[in-house]
Design a protein. Sequence first.
Length: 747
Amino acid sequence: MIVARKKFLAQAGGIVVAFSMPAAAFAQPSPTKPAGPSVPETNPVGGTGLPSNVDGWLAIDRAGIVTVHFGKVELGTGIATAIAQIVADELDVPFASITVKDADTSDTPDQGYTAGSASLSAGAIPVRQAAAEARLAVLDLAAAHFGVPADKLVTADGAVTVRGEKRHATYADLLAGQPLRRSIAKATKVKDPDDYRVVGKSIPRVDLPGKVFGSYVYLQNLRIPGMLHGRVIRPAPIGATIASVDEASIAHLKGVRIVRRDAFLGVVAPSEWTAIQAMRRLKVTWTGGGLEPVTDLATAVKAVPMLSERAIVNTGDVSTLGSNAISASYLWPYQTHGSIGPSCGVADVRKEKATLWSSTQGIFFLRSAVATLLALPNSAVEVKYVEGSGCYGHNGSDDATADAALLSQAVGAPVRVQWMRDQEHGWDPKGPAMVVSHSAALDAAQQKIAAWRTDVWSPSHSTRPQGDVGNLLDGKLTNAPEAKVTFVGGDRDAKVNYAIPNYRVTMHNLKDGILHSSAMRGLGGTQNTFANESFMDELATAAKADPLAFRRAHLANDARALDLLAAIEKLGAWQARPAATNIDRNAAMAHGRGLSFVRYENTEAYVACIADVLVDRKTGNVRVERLAIAHDCGLIVNPNGLRNQIEGNAIQAMSRTLKESVAFNISGVTSLDWHSYPIARFNDVPEITIALIDRPHEPILGAGEATTTVIAPAIGNAIHDATGVRLREVPFTPDRVNAALRAASTA
């Protein structure tokens, strides 16, 4: 497949930059030497590593248009715009001349999953290096063309000029219709951040005009010639198998075919409405299955069999915790992604070739899994990425693609599968429920934390298909071998960045969840930071300390963290006071302010938040009036794009904090619509103010998820500040707030 693109380039003319990166890519400049040699890329989101002969990171055609072949995908986060900015600076070409190609297993590199906020911090590294090398290649061509040394040449706007002269040539002129292949030397330097012209500017996102004006083709809008429509009938209850199918029940529907394979059952029809009717009217008898009854979620989570147990931090001696220890336990429920557009997949599977159109976050992993499902070699399956209407984690997109593939293989024609709202809510992998318990003691002066012990109960936060068909919903239905459980994400931010002399964090890694679960925005960082930062406020209250000053005292050796706290203090106009000292218990509307801080994943972006809330003592309703957010993710590529990310994180996390919780019984999920699973509406959106700390000479840190983690604890701490009531279970619904207020009034 790569050979085919080479042939095309040889005919069309262009430049192809190839370089060898065994196991790792070259990285962005180090903080101390911005333009110096780079360091290896880490790959925190899977993938097979970059091939040793990757030809096609960048291509320049006869018109000077630069096509970037990037292995990450656009999820609505503006990543394509940011990558184009990076290439524009390194290659010295106009931003408008750059196109970032959608990922495709036929001709884009395998950079693993687009996840973990790593698209820029890790994924952009080899693209930047490729662009830098391409510029050197063009300079060498120009030096030969003009008969001058390369150091006498200047590049700008896709052209090379002889310094001090009028002689110049465009990149397209120099290539003269001939491709140029060149390996990257390890010594190749990328630009000093001081020389950036495009990086650091708020370039308008290239994908937004089509989305705003309705011309953008999401996967849900995709239609291909000869396409049929499919629907899948899921087991009822969960885990059931098929006892019988009454095919006569839909015999009156013309052109409908029933597809059955083990517990997988679907219908294919000439029109979508006919497929829906067939799905609803087909009479199926199921047998077996069902979940264990759950009366107390926290107890049920802790009762799940453990995969393993390990201490991820064990410093000093936590046995110093005595009878005076402060203890608290926090619960986070199952949550659904709630994608506004339900998942969709399109497949055209023929005898020896399968083409899939998917909004998956991992095209190569999905290819391997579906190839196994279809009993085809990987080389016979192509996955083309088409953006879906929302994900922010592992929603149903991979499973919908597998649905379409199975149905298409059965009927020998292209099939589109569009999930319904109840299917999306019922069958997408859920954000896992977690329990976090803390115990801590203050020192003799009651000013600092002397010892802290944490226990976290969590399943894996990723059951994405890692080439393993058992992680697909349809793999389970077709009796594929059970997928190997690899624990991922539950330990994210379980450890705090505060200086604590005696500190132990124990992970109780659960074998599975009560419900099928996988990655949701922030993974375990959201749940752990909720518990950690709520508990920090509880400790500040015990110390009779100002919450910000208390955190500052435990971050004395982290200059960037202290800068961040100074920024949030100024942005939020924080007034120092011990926690929950200004409570007016007679006020009908109680106002409170809460603070939270995190260094995401302990190594990525620094974020702090101040939440201002109003609590209606009569109804229990919590209104978030304002969220002030300070953010440091190192070098900022696109300030406006980053603000978009932060705002989106804040709104979604606020919704998860105040409203969202999956309801289920022994048959399965029961919160199957927006009434039973409410999300924030436009009138719930608070004022959001943001302070960005740009550090051009520091590496890019992951920024796509970090803000998600600080919202829940900031709101919870604000509720406590307003009412004196501490909520340790999300969501903070009016009923839950009222119950806590009643309990406090009778205590």
